[in-house]
Design a protein around this ligand. Structure first.
Ligand SMILES: [Zn+2]
Length: 260
């Protein structure tokens, strides 16, 4: 009897103190490689999209050999290529950098106010309970304007990302329905992921999209998924092993160029 009472007491204390539990899949962001490795030209992946899907149904990433960027929505992954079109991606395709989670919003809001990108970021900032954990952010609805870019496939020896960005193609959408899939990472995670917002857009008909450079939502449903756990898998090949992943002011500037 004494043991049973002790167990009951321990159980009660665990509930009463709200002790942190190991997060469920839905609260965990699964990440392949680091953003600084991508900056350094590590474009060969060794994790397949089929494998990636086991860790999330929502996310962003880059395709093998930087053959466009990726967006995952509802468990379907699309390759957003340099022509501005979205292609259903094969499970066998590999990714050198990806960030996914099982999207389960902790907070959902509707916004029918037209906002420019800076106003949107300020509005979203107000929905984040702290700047110290990452979030998955989904925005679905009608946009006055979206500007995206696509990156061209690369051949070895791979140039650094800042060189590839000079050859990006840009696309503009007006009065378009679609979904923004993205993440917000704390500034202290710079080097590992993109600090603050990073969105990829795909149209409602899943035919077009790309990395978001600018957007003006008009009528959208916004979901915020608090994600206090980060699970990282690093590439196991020579390119990753020999990349210089130290953080410098120059790389911070290069990342800003990549994002904008
Ligand atoms: Zn991107």
């Amino acid at each position: 009897m004494a043991t049973r009472h002790l167990l009951a007491a321990v159980f009660f204390v665990a509930i009463a103190c709200g002790c942190a539990q190991v997060p469920e899949d839905g609260d965990t962001i699964f990440q392949v490689s680091t953003i600084n490795a991508l900056l350094e030209g590590v474009y060969d992946g060794d994790i397949s999209l089929g494998g990636l899907k086991r860790h999330g149904d929502f996310g962003v990433g880059a395709a093998d050999e930087l053959d466009g960027e990726l967006v995952e929505l509802g468990g379907e992954i699309y390759q957003l290529k340099v022509d501005g079109l979205a292609y259903p991606a094969e499970d066998s395709l590999k990714t050198p950098f990806a960030v996914v989670t099982f999207f389960e919003p902790d907070n959902t809001v509707l916004s029918d106010r037209s906002m420019d990108y800076n106003q949107l970021k300020e509005y979203l900032d107000g929905l984040l309970p702290t700047e110290n954990i990452p979030y998955a952010v989904k925005m679905e609805g009608t946009f006055n304007y979206v500007k995206t870019r696509g990156l061209p496939r690369q051949k070895k020896p791979y140039p650094r990302l800042v060189e590839v960005v000079k050859k990006e193609s840009k696309f503009e959408f007006h009065d378009v329905n679609g979904t923004m899939v993205g993440f917000w990472f704390p500034a202290y995670m710079e080097g590992i992921n993109v600090p603050h917002y990073h969105f990829h857009f795909i149209t409602e008909d899943r035919k077009k999209g790309g990395h978001v450079l600018d957007c003006e939502p008009r009528n959208v449903r916004i979901g915020i998924d608090n994600s206090p756990a980060l699970y990282m898998v690093l590439n196991e090949h020579g390119e990753f092993y020999s990349a210089d992943l130290t953080e410098t002011e120059e790389k911070k500037a290069e990342l800003e160029e990549f994002m904008e």
